[in-house]
Design a protein around this ligand. Structure first.
Ligand SMILES: C[S@@+](CC[C@H](N)C(=O)[O-])C[C@H]1O[C@@H](n2cnc3c(N)ncnc32)[C@H](O)[C@@H]1O
Length: 214
């Protein structure tokens, strides 16, 4: 077990070196996610949209394991717009030439195995909308880090926000109040959640928007 130091939050212990997992979550954001998940997982299961190679899943899954709860990890593993061939964040190691498609699922499985989280994380290899179609389980924390187009972000918000239980958290990655820092859709759904009257915003942790269900 590897302890990770963090100045603003109490210490956290992760089962693997998180820097060895491909992904997009900053260490301070990951630590905040972990600490909120530890508290939330006492109330119920956690769900994330957008697992990629499992970086956020290790933070969330480790918190769930501590509380003997589980993490639903939703991702079609075909990559977002920016991961496709020719785009800024394309990674050739994650390209399956047999199908001419991105596939992050093998790496995701490897991360879960290395982190000893296979009995904690339930991978759901499907689009967010499909996974949500018959969903009815109340969730203590929903982490949205899927597609960043307006359509994808709105679909994620509409699919999952209503399943957050009272006192639970909706956490959105890549919320940038200043448009110069990044794309708008995650910020737009963060605002929508507040305008709904159902959520109150806690202070941002870098680009992590944290909203508590009233
Ligand atoms: C930014 S990455 C997630 C990063 C990850 N949370 C981490 O900590 O590294 C976004 C992921 O969302 C997935 N994704 C994009 N649109 C999706 C959708 N509509 N349904 C399910 N997954 C989606 C992509 O396949 C990709 O793996």
């Amino acid at each position: 077990m590897l302890p990770i130091a963090n100045n603003s939050l109490s210490s956290m212990t992760l089962p693997i070196d998180i820097n060895g997992v491909k992904g997009f979550l900053d260490e301070q954001e990951g630590a905040a996610l972990y600490h909120h998940a530890v508290a939330a997982a006492k109330m119920g299961p956690i769900l994330e949209v957008g697992s990629y190679c499992g970086k956020s899943s290790v933070y969330l899954g480790t918190a769930c394991k501590l509380q003997q709860n589980i993490l639903f990890a939703v991702d079609h593993h075909r990559g977002s717009e920016e991961h496709q061939v020719g785009e800024e964040y394309h990674d050739p190691d994650l390209f399956d030439a047999r199908f001419s498609k991105m596939d992050s699922f093998p790496q995701f499985r490897e991360t879960l195995a290395r982190a000893n989280l296979e009995d904690v994380v339930v991978p759901i290899v499907a689009s967010s909308a499909l996974a949500a179609r018959h969903w009815s389980t109340p969730l203590a924390l929903v982490f949205i880090d899927g597609g960043h187009s307006m359509e994808a972000a709105l679909t994620d918000y509409r699919s999952w926000a209503g399943h957050v239980m009272r006192g639970g958290l909706l956490v959105i990655h890549d919320v940038f109040p200043n448009p110069a820092d990044g794309g708008r859709p995650p910020h737009e759904i963060w605002k929508l959640a507040q305008q709904s009257g159902l959520f109150e915003a806690l202070p941002l942790v870098k680009s992590l928007g944290i909203l508590r269900r009233l």
